[in-house]
Design a protein around this ligand. Structure first.
Ligand SMILES: [Fe+2]
Ligand SMILES: [Fe+2]
Length: 285
C-alpha cells in the first residue's frame, strides 16, 4: 500500500446467541452505543434462542432489525417456533444453517448490500458432531462460496456447532476464503480469537448474549435436574445478570481480509472474591 494511503475497513459487530428477554433487552439497550463506539457499519447476531430460549418469532426478529441488526443467523433452535417458518420464507435477512436438507424452510446465506460501502455475504452453517447428522457443512460452504464470491469478497460465516474441534477445522478450511469464521451455539465465550495466516478472523465461540445467573441461559434449578436425574425438565430462560457477548471485526474493504478481531463481554464478570465464612467447629477433629 502506498505510503500515506489509509486502509479502509468495514467494521462488523457479531453478537452471540441472544437468549430470552434479558438478551433482547441487552441488544435493544446497548446496540446503539456499541455501534457508535466502534464505528460499526454492519451488525450480525445469532437469534436462535431469543424467544424464551427456544427459537425466534417474527415480532422479535422485526424488533432486532429495527434496533439496527442487519442480518440474523441461527442454528438448531430455529425450528422450535413453527410460526416462524412462513416469515423465514419471505425474510431474506433471517438465516438458518444452509446445510439442513434441501427443501427446508428459509435461506442459509445472504448477500447484503450496504450501498457505497459495498456488499457483505453472511453464511450460516451447522456442525454435525454431537448434533443432527445433516449435510456436510464443509462441502456446503464450497457450494455457497462460489455463489457469494461472485458478488463480494467480504464474507462472514456463523459456524453453529457443538464440538470445538469441528469449529477449529472450519476455521482452517475457510482460512483465506472468507473474512471471518465465528463459532456459536455453546453459549460460553472462548478466548482464542485470532487472525489465521491467510487472513480469516476466527473465534471458536463468541458466547451468549443473555442471563448469566443460569446454566447457559436456562434457569439453573430446571437445567440442573436434567443432569442429576437424567430426565427432561422444563426449558425456561433465566432472568438475571444479563451480558452481551460479541466480537468486533475490522475487514479490509479492498480484499476482504481481516485486520482485527476484538472480543467483548459486557458487563465483564465480577471477579471480586466473596469468601464464604468458615466455621472452626466443623473441622471434624
Ligand atoms: Fe444457542
Ligand atoms: Fe444452538
Amino acid at each position: 500500500m502506498p505510503k500515506g494511503e489509509k486502509l479502509e475497513t468495514l467494521n462488523i459487530l457479531f453478537i452471540g446467541d441472544i437468549v430470552g428477554n434479558p438478551g433482547i433487552g441487552m441488544v435493544t439497550n446497548f446496540l446503539r452505543g456499541f455501534v457508535d463506539k466502534y464505528k460499526i457499519d454492519f451488525v450480525v447476531a445469532n437469534g436462535e434462542n431469543a424467544a424464551d430460549g427456544k427459537g425466534i418469532t417474527d415480532k422479535i426478529a422485526q424488533r432486532f432489525f429495527g434496533a439496527g441488526i442487519n442480518v440474523l443467523t441461527s442454528g438448531n433452535h430455529i425450528w422450535d417456533k413453527f410460526q416462524i417458518h412462513e416469515y423465514m420464507m419471505q425474510e431474506r435477512n433471517l438465516l438458518r444453517p444452509l446445510n439442513f436438507p434441501k427443501g427446508s424452510f428459509g435461506s442459509g446465506y445472504v448477500v447484503y448490500d450496504l450501498g457505497h460501502k459495498g456488499k457483505v455475504g453472511v453464511l450460516n452453517l451447522q456442525g454435525r458432531t454431537f448434533m443432527y447428522p445433516i449435510d456436510c457443512p464443509f462441502r456446503t460452504s464450497d457450494w455457497a462460496l462460489e455463489k457469494i464470491k461472485a458478488e463480494t469478497n467480504l464474507v462472514i460465516v456463523d459456524m453453529h456447532a457443538e464440538a470445538t474441534a469441528e469449529k477449529v477445522a472450519m476455521g482452517w478450511y475457510l482460512d483465506g476464503k472468507v473474512s471471518a469464521v465465528i463459532g456459536t451455539h455453546s453459549h460460553v465465550q472462548t478466548a482464542d480469537e485470532r487472525i489465521l495466516p491467510k487472513g480469516t478472523a476466527y473465534i471458536t465461540d463468541v458466547g451468549m448474549t443473555g442471563p448469566y445467573d443460569s446454566i447457559i441461559g436456562m434457569k439453573k434449578e430446571n437445567a440442573m435436574k436434567r443432569f442429576i436425574y437424567a430426565t427432561p425438565s422444563k426449558y425456561e430462560a433465566a432472568d438475571s445478570d444479563a451480558k452481551i457477548a460479541a466480537v468486533v471485526l475490522a475487514i479490509d474493504r479492498a480484499n476482504g481480509k481481516a485486520v482485527s478481531i476484538e472480543r467483548i463481554l459486557y458487563p465483564a464478570f465480577d471477579q471480586s472474591v466473596n469468601p464464604v465464612p468458615v466455621s472452626n467447629e466443623t473441622s471434624g477433629k
